[in-house]
Design a binder for this molecule. Structure first.
Ligand code: NAD
Ligand code: TYD
Length: 389
C-alpha cells in the first residue's frame, strides 16, 4: 500500500500518467473503448479529481476502479475494501501500484477511517461495498444489515460533515422484487424486495435519499441488473457454473430453471456508474440494463454449449426459498438523460467470460478451496445428494 494519498501528493500528475492494462487478464470482449464522448455524457458532465470507491477489491468494484483509471486520466482513486471472503487482493494486483490508485484495507463501518479518507481531497464516493449474495443472506442476515445499511449510514454521516462530496449508491434491480409476467419496471416502480439481501439494498437507498431530504446531500442511485465478467466470485451463478463445468462437475439449477434475469457485462455497468456520477441528477435513481433477459435454463444451455457440454451436466436442485421469478428493467431513463448505452452483447460477452475463466484458473482455484468448500457444502450438499460435489 502506498503511504501517501494520490489525492494529496502533488507529485502525482494524473493527466499524463501511463495507463495500466490487465495484461493477460485483460478482457475486451470485442468492445470499443469508452472515451468521455462515447459514454454519451451530456456536455455539462462534472469531472472529479478524487473518487473514493468502496468495495474495490470485489467483482464490480475492481472492474470499476480499472475502468476509471483507464478512461478518466484526470481522476485519482482511493479504494477502500474490508477484504471479506469476496474481496481479493488478486483482483487488483495489476493496478495495485498504479500511481493514481491507492488501496486501503478497511471497513466502511469504521467512522474514523471513512472520515479521514474523505479529508484527503475526495470529491465523490461510489459505494460498491456490500455483502452481495442472496443465498448467504438467507443463511444469516447480520453482516448484510451491518454493511449494506449500517455502512451506508456511516458514509452518509461522514459526507454530511463534508456536503460538497457527491454520493453514488450502487444498488440493484432486486429492490423491485419479482415482476409480473411481461412487465418491465421503470424507476417509479415501488420497492418490494423479496429476500434479505435485496431488503438491505432497498433500505440503503431510502436512507441515502433521506439524508438528501434532511441535510441536502448530493445523492444519486443506480439500479443494475445481473452482472457477469472477469473476477466474478464463483458463488454466483455464471462463474459457479463455468468453473464447475471446467472441473467436470454438474451445475445446480434451482427449481424449474425458469426464473428470468437480465444480464449485463460488468464493463457496461461501470461505464453507467461513471455516467451517473458525472451527469446523474441529484436525488434520482437510474435503472441500468442491457435489455437482454433469459431464463436460467436458457442461460445454462448457452454456457453448456460454449464449454462443449450438454443437459446431462445439469442437476435440478431444491429451489432458493422465496426465489424471485422475474426481474426486468425499463432503462430508457439513463439512455435518454445521460446518453448511456451498453456496448457488449451477451453472446460475445459470455464467450469472453468463459475464456477468461479458462485462462485464469490460477485466480479461481484458490478461491474454490478452504472456506469456500465449507460454504459450498452447506449450500449444496443436501441439494446435490445425487451428484458429485
Ligand atoms: P462482491 O461481493 O463481489 O464484492 C463486494 C466487495 O465489498 C468485496 O470486495 C468485499 O470485501 C467488500 N466489502 C464487504 N463489506 C465491506 C465493508 N464493510 N467495508 C468495506 N468493504 C466491504 O459484490 P459485487 O457483485 O461486486 O457487488 C458490488 C455492488 O454492486 C454491491 O453493492 C451489489 O449490491 C451491487 N450490485 C451487484 C450486482 C451483481 O450482479 N453482482 C448487480 C447490481 C448491483
Ligand atoms: P445469482 O448469480 O445468485 O444472482 P441473483 O440471485 O442476484 O440474481 O443467481 C442468478 C440466478 O441463478 C438466480 O435466479 C438464482 C439462480 N441460481 C441457480 O439456479 N443455481 C445456483 O447455484 C445459483 C448460485 C443461482
Amino acid at each position: 500500500m502506498s503511504t501517501e494519498s494520490p489525492c494529496q501528493n502533488p507529485e502525482i500528475r494524473p493527466a499524463g500518467s501511463r495507463s495500466h492494462t490487465a495484461g493477460s487478464r485483460s478482457h475486451t470482449a470485442g468492445s470499443r473503448s469508452h472515451t468521455a464522448l462515447e459514454t454519451g455524457s451530456p456536455a455539462d458532465a462534472r469531472s472529479f479529481r478524487c473518487v473514493l470507491v468502496t468495495g474495490g477489491a470485489g467483482f464490480i468494484g475492481c472492474n470499476l476502479v480499472r475502468w476509471i483509471l483507464e478512461h478518466r486520466p484526470q481522476t485519482l482513486v482511493i479504494n477502500l475494501d474490508a477484504l471479506t471472503y469476496a474481496g481479493n487482493p488478486a483482483n487488483i494486483a495489476d493496478i495495485r501500484d498504479h500511481e493514481r490508485h491507492r488501496f486501503v484495507h478497511g471497513d466502511i463501518c469504521d467512522e474514523k477511517l471513512v472520515g479521514s479518507l474523505l479529508d484527503e481531497g475526495v470529491d465523490a464516493v461510489i459505494n460498491a461495498a456490500a455483502h452481495s449474495h442472496v443465498d448467504r443472506s438467507l443463511m444469516r442476515g447480520d453482516e448484510f444489515v451491518a454493511t449494506n445499511v449500517g455502512g451506508v449510514q456511516v458514509i452518509l454521516d461522514a459526507i454530511k460533515a463534508r456536503p460538497q462530496i457527491r454520493f453514488v449508491q450502487v444498488s440493484t434491480d432486486e429492490i423491485y422484487g419479482s415482476l409480473p409476467p411481461d412487465e418491465r419496471c421503470d424507476e417509479n416502480w415501488p420497492p418490494a424486495p423479496g429476500n434479505p439481501y435485496a431488503a438491505t439494498k432497498a433500505a440503503a437507498e431510502l436512507l441515502a435519499l433521506s439524508y438528501r431530504n434532511s441535510f441536502g446531500l448530493d445523492v444519486v442511485i443506480s439500479r443494475c441488473c445481473n452482472n457477469f465478467g472477469p473476477y466474478h466470485y464463483p458463488e454466483k451463478m455464471i462463474p459457479l457454473f463455468i468453473t464447475n463445468l471446467l472441473d467436470g462437475l454438474r451445475v445446480p439449477l434451482y427449481g424449474d430453471g425458469l426464473n428470468y434475469r437480465e444480464w449485463i457485462h460488468v464493463e457496461d455497468h461501470c461505464s453507467a456508474l461513471v455516467a451517473i456520477l458525472e451527469s446523474g441528477r441529484s436525488g434520482e435513481a437510474y435503472n441500468i440494463s442491457s435489455g437482454t433477459g433469459l431464463t436460467n435454463l436458457e442461460l445454462t444451455r448457452r454456457i453448456l454449449d460454449l464449454l462443449g457440454k450438454d443437459d446431462s451436466s445439469v442437476e435440478y436442485v431444491k429451489d432458493r426459498p422465496g426465489h424471485d421469478r422475474r426481474y426486468a428493467l425499463d432503462s430508457r431513463k439513463i439512455a435518454a438523460e445521460l446518453g448511456w448505452q451498453p456496448r457488449h452483447n451477451l453472446k460475445d460477452g459470455l464467450r469472453a467470460t468463459c475464456e477468461w475463466f479458462q485462462a485464469n484458473e490460477q485466480w479461481w482455484r484458490p478461491i474454490k478451496s478452504g472456506a469456500y468448500r465449507k460454504y459450498y457444502q452447506q449450500q449444496y450438499a443436501e441439494r446435490l445428494k445425487s451428484a458429485a460435489i
